[in-house]
Design a protein around this ligand. Structure first.
Ligand code: SD4
Length: 299
């Protein structure tokens, strides 16, 4: 148990944690830290499931979703953003400058521009090439008739699951969370997953704890994954038990396929954390004053 502490999804989260650490170690807020971590991932073109460099939808256009949260009454999210480098920062503007929870599509882009947030073409040559290969490999035309089952290909855990979910606790013991993604590769245009939806990809309650989910969003959305984890902690479960309960519920509700994956991280208000996943391969990046490492999630 240690404060401050930051935990992020996937091995990729290690770099994001390091980007946020100067904030936490200097006594800054968990809110600023999770936003900084998310922004780091969003700006990295090598990460193909977040922000710049994210794989596009079936039509070849990138769209990104993000959510940030410190309490049920303080949360903001955007979905279907196509032109902004930092959807997480638009989500924070939604949280801090509106009474709303979620703004979507072209209006979310416009909302971000109103606050002077940077726009960018999010489709990199590498992501475009991947999409071209995917499109050529399909017999059928893409677009409206493409379906999510076709696009749900997870050949390599770390290569295809880079959505970043971040949870942090600062020196004052305040919790915050952020989640940002380009969603499933080659998804049906307009599809939104769990990441920007409060209680699905991310949930934070200062009284009970915080949780974030990654992986196949439709599985998470079927069980309100992050909300379920936080409610487990509210009733006394440890973070590890809470994360495991989400996976257990998914197993009970879905007929899982071999390639289905969900990873959950839960963080208690005392700074203890735990994680679980459907199958091996999900890793948690953890950073505190004493630790900077990758941990395998319990399955
Ligand atoms: C989604 N949960 O849009 C996201 C994708 C993800 O690691 O987390 N990939 O369904």
């Amino acid at each position: 148990m240690s404060k401050p502490l930051i935990v992020s999804t996937w091995s990729f989260g290690q770099r994001a944690n390091r980007a946020a650490w100067p904030i936490l170690s200097a006594g800054g807020s968990s809110l600023d830290a999770v936003e900084a971590a998310a922004r780091d991932a969003e700006a990295d073109p090598e990460n193909h499931t977040v922000g710049l460099g994210g794989y596009p939808d079936a039509s070849g256009r990138v769209s990104v979703d993000a959510c940030i949260m410190v309490a049920p009454s303080r949360r903001g999210a955007v979905a279907g953003v196509r032109h902004h480098l930092h959807p997480i920062s638009i989500a924070r503007k939604v949280m801090e400058h509106t009474s709303h929870a979620l703004i979507v599509g072209a209006d979310a882009d416009e909302f971000g521009s109103r606050y002077g947030l940077p726009t960018q073409d999010l489709l990199t040559p590498a992501a475009h090439e991947a999409w071209t290969r995917w499109k050529l490999s399909k017999d059928k035309p893409t677009g409206p008739i493409a379906n999510i089952e076709e696009s749900k290909t997870w050949p390599d855990e770390e290569a295809t699951h880079d959505t970043i979910g971040v949870l942090a606790i600062d020196v004052r013991g305040d919790l915050a969370g952020a989640c940002t993604t380009s969603g499933l590769a080659f998804k049906i245009p307009g599809r939104v997953g769990d990441s920007p939806i409060v209680g699905h990809g991310l949930y934070v309650d200062p009284v009970a704890g915080a949780a974030v989910c990654t992986g196949h969003g439709e599985l998470v959305m079927g069980v309100c994954g992050s909300f379920l984890a936080v409610e487990q902690m509210r009733r006394g479960a440890t973070p590890g038990e809470a994360a495991a309960a989400v996976i257990e519920r998914i197993r009970a509700c879905f007929d899982l396929r071999d390639d289905d994956q969900v990873g959950v991280i839960a963080l208690g208000k005392d700074g203890r954390w735990g994680s679980a996943s459907i199958k091996a391969g999900f890793r948690v990046a953890v950073k505190s004053g004493e630790r900077d490492e990758l941990a395998d999630a319990g399955t």
